[in-house]
Design a protein around this ligand. Structure first.
Ligand SMILES: *Cc1c(COP(=O)(O)O)cnc(C)c1O
Length: 426
């Protein structure tokens, strides 16, 4: 039988670089043919061979309700009939802004954009504009989209300015970006002691989801807050992944730490292109048309995307939503740990709300370097084993996983059984 995914991949590679529109989809880290998805419903999607998978990426986070939630579909269908885009303001943008601000108390004003990259890039410009400073601090393993100044890895030595991680980014563009090790208090202190007066902002994923799943310790996040305040820098929480995913109030709610600016994306669009950034009124009013910091977007606040986002936020705001989601996610994580233990495999896992990570090692990693010590071959074998058994997890060991409200007890049990089966054959 011809494999339809193979055929599509071949066709795709002829017209799209690598056959994909976002690199991790290409399965380069794990090998094999990417699955071309035909349709999705609830906790599942089906590939071009009509094979069904339990979906643990949920479009990399947005699909927190599962695919095709009836209330969301209805809201989107209604919006589509009213027009796709106007390039003029709408009431729905106000409604979504009000809904976001009601759930994220650190934000007094918000601006809507179309992607997490755009939101993070804009927050960065705003922080530099508002402080009149150049230097930014980020952490190795945290991803803030693909804006030039943020595509940077640590230089040699402690608290040094970084090197571009992409061709096409001139070193001059990242010369003001300091890259530090996540959860390394000493480097953090040193960076502020050396550069404090020049630091415009510190941007962090307070629960990191782009180096698998790694939490900032409370002490570390608190120290980030204190040092920013002390030195007049802005603390930016990039909650594109964690916002409305780890809990109704994001990582800032989980940690009890108030950032100056917050970057949102993924869940707030419910699967449509929508993202946002926001913070205190005095800072947000620095943006055009009120202030000198320029930022704009043809499709920003798109009426269909805002309808999808609003309907999604309405569902996740219902009482008990996150308790149920967190419980389900913990069941998965605990079950995987037990399966690995029963088969004598090194394994650990963690979760918060509907986001999880697992590691083929006994300790939970505290930083990117430790995550990357994972045995690639072992991870790839587990990935393909699960894929064969109809379970789709992220095709790279440095990605987090996502459970939706649509995943059933049976889905979770089937996933754990599949993993145990694979562990038993090692
Ligand atoms: C996904 C992500 C981004 C980038 O968002 P896009 O919509 O892919 O541009 C930025 N920051 C974090 C933390 C993310 O997880």
């Amino acid at each position: 039988m011809t494999d339809q995914n193979d055929l599509l991949f071949e066709r795709a590679r002829a017209v799209i670089p690598g056959g994909v529109n976002s690199p991790v989809r290409a399965f380069k880290a794990v090998g094999g043919t990417p699955r071309f998805i035909q349709r999705a419903q609830g906790a599942y999607f089906w590939d071009a061979n009509d094979k069904r998978y339990i979906d643990y990426i949920g479009s990399w986070g947005p699909m927190i309700l599962g695919h095709g939630h009836p209330a969301v579909v209805e809201a989107v269908q209604k919006a589509v009939l009213e027009g796709f885009s106007y390039g003029a303001p709408t009431e729905r943008e106000i409604e979504l802004a009000e809904a976001i601000l009601a759930l994220v108390p650190s934000m007094e004003m918000v601006r809507l954009v179309s992607s997490g990259t755009e939101a993070a890039m804009s927050a960065l410009r705003l922080a530099r504009g508002a402080t009149g400073r150049k230097t930014i601090v980020k952490f190795e393993g945290c991803y803030h989209g693909h804006a030039d100044a943020l595509l940077v890895k640590a230089g040699s030595g402690l608290a040094t300015f970084g090197n571009p991680t992409s061709a096409g980014v001139p070193p001059e563009v990242v010369q003001h970006t300091l890259v530090l090790e996540y959860n390394n208090l000493q480097q953090l202190e040193e960076a502020f002691a050396l550069h404090g007066k020049d630091i415009a902002c510190l941007m962090i994923e307070a629960i990191a989801g782009n180096m698998n799943f790694v939490r900032a310790t409370h002490e570390f996040a608190k120290r980030c807050r204190e040092l920013c305040t002390q030195h007049g820098a802005l603390l930016i929480f990039d909650e594109v992944m964690t916002g409305f995913r780890v809990g109704l109030h994001g990582a800032q709610g989980v940690l009890g730490i108030t950032p100056d600016l917050t970057v949102l994306g993924k869940v707030i669009g419910g699967g449509m292109p929508l993202a946002a950034f926001g913070g205190p009124r005095a800072i947000m009013e620095q943006l055009a048309p009120l202030g000198p910091v320029y930022q704009a977007g043809t499709l920003s606040g798109n009426p269909v995307a805002t309808a999808c986002g609003l309907a999604t936020l309405k569902e996740i705001s219902k009482p008990g939503f996150y308790e149920a989601l967190a419980k389900k996610t913990r069941t998965l994580v605990d079950g995987l740990k037990a399966a690995a233990a029963a088969e004598g495999q090194p394994f650990n896992a963690d979760s918060e709300g509907g986001m999880f990570g697992f590691f083929l090692m006994n300790e939970l990693p505290q930083n990117y370097a430790t995550v990357m010590t994972t045995d690639n071959a072992q991870f790839n074998a587990l990935f393909h084993g699960l894929l064969d058994r109809g379970v789709y997890i992220a095709p790279a060991l440095y990605e987090a996983g996502f459970v939706s409200a649509a995943h059933s007890e049976d889905d979770i049990a089937a996933t754990i059984a599949a993993a145990r089966d694979i562990f038993s054959k090692r």
